[in-house]
Design a protein around this ligand. Sequence first.
Ligand code: KIV
Ligand code: ZN
Length: 388
Amino acid sequence: MNKDPLIIFDTTLRDGEQSPGASMNREEKVRIAKALERLRVDVIEAGFPAASPGDFEAVQAVASAVDDCRVCGLARALEQDIDRAGEALKAARQPRIHTFIATSPIHMERKLRMTPDQVVERAVAAVKHARRYTDDVEFSPEDAGRSEEDFLCRVIEAVIAAGATTINIPDTVGYTLPHEFGALIARLIERIPNADRAVFSVHCHNDLGLAVANSLAAVLGGARQVECTINGLGERAGNAALEEVVMAVRTRQDVFPCDTRINTREIVPCSKLVASITGFPVQPNKAIVGANAFAHESGIHQDGVLKHRETYEIMRAEDVGWKANRMVLGKHSGRNAFRTRMKELGIEFDTEEALNEAFARFKDLADKKHEIFDEDLQALISEQILDA
Ligand code: KIV
Ligand code: ZN
């Protein structure tokens, strides 16, 4: 069966950089952009050129360095922002301008101090202006998750008519729930008469820990672009984590009508690079890229995995860029994992008693230490030989 492409729009260098403390310089952005290119993301949002001269130069540098991905610059729905983005993207082979304006009542009244009619007018003018630089223009109604649906339909229909080719629906404050967000996307696509002239995209924040779930629900509702970041970096609690979205779609192809072109083996190297450049470590239990994501400690799980990997693994560690899965020896580990690791270290037991004694010594040590390393095992065997 032919699957639709699911476009992966990476915004690590723009929204990810909005994580307090995660700002990156030009060289760092280019290194990450090259890693994203190896990962085969479709679009790299390189920055917000009007935000600062440094960000302008960083977008320029990424635009020149990348061949195989579209390079995007963010711009408010203002001519001067769009001009800066257009200028910064001049060297890009496939430039995209992403322009946005808020559409929720609270943002329009309290932040923009504009009427809904003025917002529609500004959005249309911004898209038309962006089309002077490129025919790849994305529009976002900011805070769509809290916008009135009829108004969203009106704005979106107008910007598609003005030339927007991607319509991105942001859940800017991470407020929606998966069933609501998925249904919203499906209704927008259904209700907007010219919806078939644009790709629908989603951009979910993680304030309630639902960014990935909302993004996946939106894909099931018909979205064909997901905006996400490596390690889920981003403003406040972050954005949808790229690695989780990609691997959920890849692992559950029985459910999704689309797939990405991501080279999943580059996920872990890219995650490590982003963590080291930003100084934001990855929590050990983070899905896919956490150090424990493919580590087994309990005896029952280790025994199961040693007998058949799929008893406790739904993905292969190697497929996302780890060398292999890991058996962590600790107090919950069993004899099978202990014996297997000893064998890997070249230590075999002549008798069942010798194995039992070593295993008992290992359990004593494991009660005192969180994790037993190979050096601990070697020391333990030397002691056993000396005591014999
Ligand atoms: O969260 C958001 O609404 C954004 C927009 C600029 C797309 O980051
Ligand atoms: Zn955002």
